[in-house]
Design a protein around this ligand. Sequence first.
Ligand code: PEP
Ligand code: MN
Length: 364
Amino acid sequence: MNASLDIQPLSSWINTEGKPLVIAGPCSAETEEQMLETATQIKEEGFAHVLRAGIWKPRTRPGSFEGMGEAALPWLMAAKKETGLPVAIEVANPQHIELALKYGVDILWIGARTTVNPFNVQELADALKGVDVPVLVKNPVNPDLQLWIGALERLNQAGVTKLGAIHRGFSNAQETKFRNSPMWNIAIELKTLLPNLPVIGDPSHMAGKRAYLYEVAQRALDLNYDGLIIESHREPDKAWSDAAQQLTPAALGQMLHDLHVRKESYGSDYQSQLEVVRGKIDNLDRELLETLAARMSLVEKLAEYKRDNNVAAYQVDRFREVLETRAGWGKSLNLYPNLVDELFKLVHMESIRKQTEVMNQVSA
Ligand code: PEP
Ligand code: MN
């Protein structure tokens, strides 16, 4: 399905002086003091364009810290006044929106647990009709690109044009080193389908641990993301939520300083090198396809032989052998195991289709 959104550029609602947007602040606003001190330190570090804080926290189990609610909004406003930075919070229902606007919150985001539910998203969209506020939509918890796009469309149809996406990763049944699997290809597809949509990376919720923040943030910048939203707390280990993934403002300042921001437009020298490498890649891709075509004509020969000897097109032992040997070859060539596995599943599926076609041609 085609998607197109009427979106204003990021620069229409925030001035980042050409740098990636940085949104920083605690996972949750816990106390007035914690909020103000964290915000002041962030301001002093000088890297942030926007302050974030969780006011209402969606927690998996009841009894976990669920946010301070409305009581925390004046603290956030005090932090805004103190630092001069605009503030962003998560909203999950129309009442949250009403309160956020009443207190003067500048930017809203929709959390991953809300994006999954089109009923909730529609309620938020309806509440935002006629309101001129930027809204960032986190990806849904499950890896469903259409659901993410659907949420963006609902908001856009309600007239929200200062719109962006936050890529925070996807929950994954398997144990992985990350809290939420990035599944970068989903965000890349989003960027491809909606080139004018600002996309912001959320390394905190992908990494889940301080030690992995840098690599995730760098990857997002390498993919030309428009910014980062990162959790920062004056005393991360004592945070009431998401303690393992938060950084002190100073540590975050250092990390951002160490990250490499890739240039969007390249110098002519770089451009020509790029073209040379792309040309080589084009040639290799052509060779890949020629090799595939040669393989398919062998498969046709095999099918004729099987047909004449009345043998089935598919033999499970052979399939297993193909996957196993190719996995070994791929490994010795340093190829990513999943790539080799998926590739040969596809190639084998096409072989079976081709063989069935050949075998039926004569018997029909
Ligand atoms: C958060 O930003 O603190 C948060 C709860 O995020 P998510 O919706 O991505 O889980
Ligand atoms: Mn959090």
